[in-house]
Ligand binder design. Structure first.
Ligand code: ARG
Length: 462
């Protein structure tokens, strides 16, 4: 008999280069746990439905458990000639237990088998990523709480716009990551459907019990159409889409941290343990980690594009193109998990240069909106108040001073509504705490965000 589990129909063995080309074992071996878990459930079902004997089923299950232990101990030899994880395990099983091993694949195809493995794997990874997301979110809330009171300029167009709390800025990312977690929960839900029993494409002639397998493996539902069951990779696409959006969020924060670390901003300093130097320039301390995360976002987005392109013109049902769903997905998973873990460290170790942030607020005009709002409260229509404030800013710029440096008489020469209380209104703290609208940057609002976030984290930990 040929070593191939499908060798019966062939006269000649596979060309060696073709074998290497089409084998997936080098990367799909990471599905071994899911493959064995799925096969155990399948074997139980086959016996329960009297398709194989209880004795054979028990032998199969014991053999699979032994193989699992061998793989985990690094004692299993994966063979390229056996193409993929499914045939590597099945061949080892038959070598181990003899004829009963050959009964495991009854009522099953690798097409529904690989679909099952991938559903189990995506489900597990979605959970792991949610856990890592929570760790990073916790680091953000800790930093927000520790630095409450630090005022920085908020930006639009990367121009100083209005004073905000640094904590408010960090908590914006907390919110983004909350949505990422929800997206991965959605990925889990859509992957939580059981494809086995679809056979190669059309179902099977054996009296199987798909719901039993679904229960064994904790799936919520079974695919209702066998063609869909073996062809569907939506859950892979959704995973990659969720991963891409998450990486875009990390990339935006990376970009900000990189800017903040520059001498031009000097808003934060990363821990020495998280940076590297230059082989040539002795003064350098480079923010490699956020730079790499920003770079890796492109890589994950690339995997999403590759997968969309792979499936976009595939006819039903299984096509070998679908084997290409794995490397990109696996790489995206590794990249996202690594990025989340290092980012939590970066945030926890980041030193905040509050004095530089404050200087950037004070030596500029980010309180100009507050000047206009002051006049509005003195009953001047906003449009007119905007105009007066703009003129005052212009006056200050031409004299090289700031709003707080103007005398009350100078203020009054632009509007008789100005009083001595204008100086209080222009202070960064006043500007911040005045924005006490729901979700605004006022200390009260930010404290509320922090306590909501803490509550959220407590629930998420359960
Ligand atoms: N290694 C294959 C994959 O990942 C398993 C399914 C192969 N099915 C087949 N009919 N050749 O897609």
């Amino acid at each position: 008999m040929s070593e191939k589990l499908w060798g019966g129909r062939f006269e000649r063995s596979t060309d060696e280069m073709i074998n290497d080309f089409q084998a997936s074992i080098s990367f799909d071996k990471r599905l071994y746990r899911e493959d064995i878990q799925g096969s155990i459930a399948h074997a139980k079902m086959l016996a329960r439905c009297e398709i194989i004997s209880v004795d054979d089923s028990e032998k199969i299950i014991a053999g699979l458990k032994k193989i699992l232990a061998q793989i985990e101990a690094g004692e299993f030899e994966f063979k390229t000639a056996l193409e993929d994880i499914h045939m590597n395990i099945e061949a080892a099983l038959t070598a181990e237990i003899g004829e009963a091993g050959g009964r495991l694949h009854t009522a099953r195809s690798r097409n529904d088998q690989v679909a099952l493995d991938m559903h189990l794997y995506v489900r597990r990874q979605a959970c792991e990523i949610r856990r890592l997301l929570i760790e990073l979110q916790k680091a953000l809330v800790d930093a927000a709480e520790k630095n409450l009171g630090v005022i920085m300029p908020g930006y639009t167009h990367l121009q100083r716009a209005q004073p905000i709390l640094f904590s408010h800025h960090l908590l914006a990312y907390f919110e983004m990551l909350t949505r990422d977690g929800e997206r991965f929960a959605g990925v889990y839900d859509r992957a939580n459907i059981m494809p086995l029993g679809a056979g190669a494409l059309a179902g099977t002639t054996f009296p199987i019990d798909r719901n039993f397998v679904a229960d064994e493996l904790d799936f919520d539902a079974v695919y209702q159409n066998s063609l869909d069951a073996v062809s569907d990779r939506d859950y892979v696409l959704e995973f990659l889409a969720a991963a891409s959006i998450l990486m875009v969020h990390l990339s935006r924060l990376s970009e900000e941290i990189i800017l903040w670390c520059s001498r031009e901003f000097s808003f934060v300093e990363l821990d020495d343990a998280h940076c590297t130097g230059s082989s040539m320039m002795p003064q350098k301390k480079n923010p490699d980690v956020p730079e790499l995360v920003r770079g890796k976002a492109g890589r994950v987005i690339g995997h999403l594009m590759a997968m969309l392109t792979t499936v976009k013109s595939l006819p039903l049902a299984y096509n070998k193109d679908l084997q290409e769903d794995k490397e990109g997905l696996f790489d995206a998973i590794d990249t996202v998990k690594f990025s989340l873990a290092v980012f939590a460290q970066i945030i926890a170790g980041m030193k905040v240069r509050a004095e530089n942030m404050r200087r950037a607020v004070e030596e500029d005009f980010s309180n100009a909106t507050d000047l206009a709002d002051y006049l509005v409260r003195k009953n001047i229509p906003f449009r007119q108040a905007h105009e007066i404030s703009g003129k005052l800013v212009h006056e200050c710029i031409s004299r090289g001073i700031y709003l707080k440096d103007l005398t009350l008489d100078e203020f009054k020469s632009f509007s008789d509504r100005f009083d001595a209380d204008i100086y209080e209104a222009l202070k960064p703290e006043t500007c911040v705490d005045a924005r006490n609208s729901l979700g605004g940057t006022a200390t009260e609002q930010v404290k509320r965000q922090i306590s909501n976030a803490r509550e959220w984290l407590k629930e998420a930990a359960q």
